[in-house]
Design a protein around this ligand. Sequence first.
Ligand code: NAP
Ligand code: MG
Length: 500
Amino acid sequence: MPTLAPEKKSTRSGRPAPELIFGDLWEFDPAPETANPKLKSRYDLFINGEFVAPKSGKYFDTINPANESKLAEIALGGAADVDAAYQAAQRAFNTTWGRMPGRERAKYLYRIARLLQDRAREFAVAETMDGGKPIKEARDFDVPMTAAHFFYHAGWADKLDYVAPGRRVAPLGVVGQVIPWNFPLLMCAWKLAPALAMGNCVVLKPAETTSITALKLAEIFQDAGLPPGVVNFVTGAGATGAAVMNHPIPAKIAFTGSTEVGKIILRSLAGTEKKMTLELGGKAANIVFDDAPIDQAVEGIVNGIFFNQGHVCCAGSRLLVHEPVADQVIAKLKQRIKVLRVGDPLDKNTDIGAINSQEQLAKITALVAIGVKEGAELFQPACRLPARGYYFRPTIFSGVSMSHRIAREEIFGPVLSILTFRTVDEAVEKANNTAYGLSAGVWTDKGSRILKMSTELKAGVVWANTYNKFDPTSPFGGYKESGFGREGGRQGLLDYCQLA
Ligand code: NAP
Ligand code: MG
């Protein structure tokens, strides 16, 4: 285990002066983003274009996982609120949005994207404070990608004849959507932009721990003059989500979250005529061959699993490494994670922020303990963690076999399980030997091998010599227990229309 430099006398910043040991973490002065995302102390439901109190009068707290402080109160929506939201959505569909020409709908989507760009910094800070992700990710990935999704789908709204050439497309009507906490704002865009471009109206429930940026997006909808009822946000917990999924009005439901809840939804909707898309969990393999550019692969592996604290459904949580280079890759990985900065997500230098909730931290901690008990070899850098808040060290397990739970179960945290392989066939077999099938990565110098692997891997996305690259034009979705349906691209639009 690496040792940190002993603390020395204080510097100008008041922090202990660092003593550099080669290969260990360089101390930077803190570089925090100002914590002023213009938060309200209380957020109501967004129904029919207005913020309204929940019928129960109940609210729950949303906290900052970086320091456990309360950020705001969020309305606890119940079945009556969900019903009011669906009635509003149905009215909007019948009277305005469903009848509006696509070129007019496009103008609203462009306006939303531009208004979001205007307030990008404020949204990034709010996302970081509510969810715990590093500000550099919220700023450079979540917010720009959200705007990109609205821009991209604005571009489609007047070209819907090309979604299914030779067929006529029509909106489905009203759609119900439930999203998770790992990309709160971006998931709103993935769900809302294609639905709106097609002419549907929406009721959406954000995740309990991360509702703030959806409600800030509602402010943008008001500023953009989006007709009332086109988008409605009902905040709350699992029961609110179940009410959104099981209401009789929506013609389609779209869910992103865990496979466990996906199965509950699937069972509860069996026999109904509702269309459905489910984007669920994953246990992706990042596969490194001996001819790969090793340093780039190490960066890709780190990005694949430690990006957003590993709170990524398509995280490269299993590393399959070719035996001839296994020792070299593992040694470089250990060296690399020693210099990852874990801590205050608002600090611009932070690589790994806070775990989203105490519950998720407990889940990660329990699975890591199981990995140790099962005999895998654990490596964690000895970085200092903040005294308050939910943090977990970047963690590597080597000597993992397919029977280990850490090789099979989604940990959804900064934990990498390393397995080795000898042949291409063995790599494919191990990668596909999972209940999931969302994504995979291949690192090799050979184009032919990339093509072979991407054909044989049962994963919705296969990245080659890169990882976690997203684009609104590119469809995303899973095989097997990772769900069905696609989000993004032309394929994503097909899931929000009926064809004639
Ligand atoms: P989760 O527990 O399944 O929750 C997802 C959403 O469903 C939340 O809004 C949740 O509300 C709500 N919910 C809970 N119980 C429900 C029920 N019975 N009926 C309807 N809605 C219900 O998942 P999570 O822990 O938030 O998110 C992590 C999971 O999402 C991981 O498995 C990850 O892989 C998956 N994910 C998949 C994708 C993808 O595109 N495939 C993308 C992101 C995340 P509460 O917040 O109140 O619990
Ligand atoms: Mg929160």
